[in-house]
Design a protein around this ligand. Structure first.
Ligand SMILES: [Fe+2]
Ligand SMILES: [Fe+2]
Length: 483
C-alpha cells in the first residue's frame, strides 16, 4: 500500500484520504454543505463550551498505529474529515446472490434506492445523538467526563460527514438533497423528527448518557459491522474506519456505568448498608441505588432492541440477497453465505406464549443481528456484576426479556414483565414503575447532576476512572473552560 494514501490531505479545508483535492465536483458539494453543518453544530451541538479548549483526539490517518492525535482544540475548529479504511485488493462480495463476485466501486444501479436508504438511515442517527446529548455539558460530573462527551459528539459529527460524503459522491442530486435533509431533521421534533425511535428520546442525565453509549451506540456498532460487509466497497471501507472510533463510545458507556456501580457499592459499604434495595437509605448517601440503575438499563436496552426492526423482515432479506448488508462477522461465518435453504430460530408469540419458531434464515436476519447484539451486551454486564459481588452484595444487573417494553416487532402489542411473563394492560400500568424509571427516579437522578469543573474532582455519585485519556494523570485539565 502506498504510504501517502494513509495520510490525510490537509491542503483543502476538509481532511481526507479520498483524494478530494482532485475530485472537484464532490469537494464543491462538500464545501457547499459545510456552512450548513457549522450552523447545525452551533444550533444543535453541545450547549456552551464552544470556546473552551478540549483535549480531543483527531483522526489524521487511518493507519492503525497512529490514526488518533490528541491535542487541545476548540470544538468548532475540530477537523471533521473523510477517512476510509484502505482498499483491500481483489475484495469480493462476501454474501448474497452475488457472492464471490468483485465488490462494487460504483453504486449498482438496480440496488441504488436500497443503498441510499440504508446510508441515510445510518447517517440520520449520527447527528441525532449529538442533539440528544447537547444539554449534558452543564452537568458533567468531571472534566474527564466532559471531555469524553465532547469526543463522542465530534466523532458522531464526523460520522455524519462520512455518510454525507457517500451521498454526495455516489448519488448525484438526490444524494445532495438527502445530505441537506440530514441537517434539517431534529431529534424529538414533532414535525421533523429523526428517523428512528431511540434517537428521538431524551437523554436527560449522565446515567442515561452512559446507558445510551453502552446500549445504543452498540446497536450502531452492529449496524456498522453489517454494512462493513457490504459489496459496495466505499460503504464497507467507510464503516470499517467508523468502527474504530465507535469503540471509544462504548468504552465511555461501559466504564461510565462501572464507575457509577462502583461508587454506589463503596458508599453502601462505608455506611454499613447491607441491603442494596433499601433505596431511601442508599439515595441519602448521594449515590444512585442499584435498582434504579437496573431500571435505566431496562429502558435503554429495550429502546435499542427496537432499532433492529421486525424479527422477520423481507427488507433485511432483500438487502442480504443484493449484497448490500451482510451479517455480523460475515466473513468468519462458516456456511454458504447465501442462506437459500437455511433456517434460524425466531422468538415469536404463538397462542399467547413466547416460543422459538424456525423461520427462513434470510428473513430472520434482523433477529440474528439482534441476538449477536444481546451477546455483545452481556460482556459489560458481567463486569458490572463483578464489581457488585466483589463488594459483597447479593444483587445482579440483568438484561430484560425481549418481550418486555417493546414498540417494534413481535411483542409490540403485548405486555410482559422483565422476566418474560405476559401480563395484561392493567397490571402493566400498575407495575411498570417497578421496571422503568419513574418521574421520581428521574427527579432523584437530576438532583445529583451538579457540575464538577475542578480538575481531578468527581461528583458524589461516580468513581474516578482507573486510567486517564491518553494516559494523562488524574488531575489533568481535560477541558479548559473559558470564563
Ligand atoms: Fe457514530
Ligand atoms: Fe457512537
Amino acid at each position: 500500500m502506498n504510504a501517502n494514501i494513509m495520510n490525510v490531505d490537509y491542503s483543502t479545508k476538509i481532511p481526507n484520504n479520498v483524494n478530494l483535492g482532485e475530485d472537484r465536483q464532490v469537494l464543491k458539494a462538500l464545501e457547499g454543505w459545510h456552512p450548513g453543518y457549522m450552523d447545525w453544530w452551533g444550533d444543535m451541538g453541545p450547549e456552551g463550551f464552544q470556546q473552551s479548549l478540549v483535549y480531543l483526539r483527531t483522526a489524521y490517518s487511518v493507519d492503525p498505529r497512529g490514526w488518533a492525535k490528541f491535542d487541545y482544540v476548540k470544538m468548532p475548529e475540530y477537523r471533521w474529515g473523510i477517512l476510509l479504511a484502505p482498499q483491500e485488493e481483489n475484495r469480493v462480495i462476501p454474501f448474497g446472490e452475488n457472492y464471490g463476485k468483485p465488490s462494487w466501486q460504483e453504486v449498482p444501479g438496480e440496488h441504488r434506492a436500497m443503498l441510499r436508504r440504508l446510508i441515510v438511515i445510518q447517517g440520520d442517527t449520527e447527528p441525532a445523538s449529538v442533539e440528544q446529548q447537547r444539554h449534558l455539558g452543564k452537568t458533567a460530573p468531571s472534566l474527564y467526563d466532559l471531555r469524553n462527551l465532547f469526543q463522542v459528539n465530534v466523532e458522531e459529527g464526523r460520522h455524519l460527514w462520512a455518510m454525507v460524503y457517500l451521498l454526495q459522491k455516489y448519488f448525484g442530486r438526490d444524494g445532495r438533497e438527502e445530505a441537506d435533509e440530514l441537517l434539517r431533521r431534529r431529534s424529538g421534533d414533532a414535525d421533523s423528527p429523526r428517523m428512528l425511535g431511540a434517537f428521538n428520546e431524551a437523554t436527560p442525565d449522565w446515567l442515561s448518557f452512559f446507558m445510551f453509549t453502552y446500549f445504543t451506540d452498540r446497536d450502531g456498532k452492529m449496524q456498522l459491522h453489517s454494512l462493513a460487509q457490504s459489496g459496495f466497497d466505499p460503504l464497507s471501507r467507510t464503516c470499517r474506519f467508523m468502527l474504530t472510533e465507535e469503540a471509544h463510545h462504548m468504552f465511555v458507556g461501559e466504564t461510565g456505568i462501572s464507575r457509577v456501580v462502583q461508587r454506589t457499592c463503596e458508599a453502601m459499604s462505608a455506611a454499613g448498608i447491607s441491603d442494596p434495595t433499601d433505596i431511601a437509605k442508599v439515595r441519602a448517601l448521594g449515590v444512585i441505588d442499584l435498582p434504579t440503575i437496573q431500571k435505566k438499563l431496562n429502558l435503554h436496552y429495550t429502546l435499542s432492541l427496537d432499532l433492529f426492526g421486525s424479527e422477520v423482515s423481507t427488507n433485511a432479506a432483500n438487502a442480504f440477497n443484493a449484497g448490500i448488508k451482510g451479517r455480523y462477522h460475515e466473513t468468519q461465518i462458516r456456511d454458504d453465505h447465501r442462506l437459500q435453504n437455511a433456517t434460524y430460530p425466531v422468538l415469536k408469540l404463538v397462542g399467547g406464549e413466547i416460543k422459538r419458531v424456525d423461520e427462513p434464515a434470510l428473513t430472520a436476519l434482523n433477529m440474528r443481528l439482534r441476538d449477536d447484539y444481546t451477546q455483545d451486551c452481556v460482556k459489560g454486564m458481567l463486569r458490572w456484576n463483578k464489581i457488585i459481588s466483589t463488594a459483597g452484595y447479593d444483587f445482579k444487573l440483568t438484561l430484560p426479556n425481549v418481550a418486555f417494553h417493546r414498540a417494534i416487532g413481535e411483542f409490540k402489542d403485548i405486555h410482559a414483565t422483565p422476566d418474560g411473563v405476559l401480563i395484561d394492560e392493567t397490571t402493566w400500568n400498575k407495575r411498570k414503575g417497578e421496571w422503568l424509571p419513574s418521574t421520581d427516579d428521574g427527579d432523584f437522578i437530576a438532583s445529583l447532576m451538579k457540575p464538577v469543573t475542578e480538575a481531578g474532582q468527581f461528583a458524589s455519585w461516580i468513581a474516578p476512572p482507573k486510567v486517564g485519556i491518553d494516559n494523562k494523570p488524574g488531575d489533568f485539565e481535560y477541558v479548559k473552560i473559558e470564563t
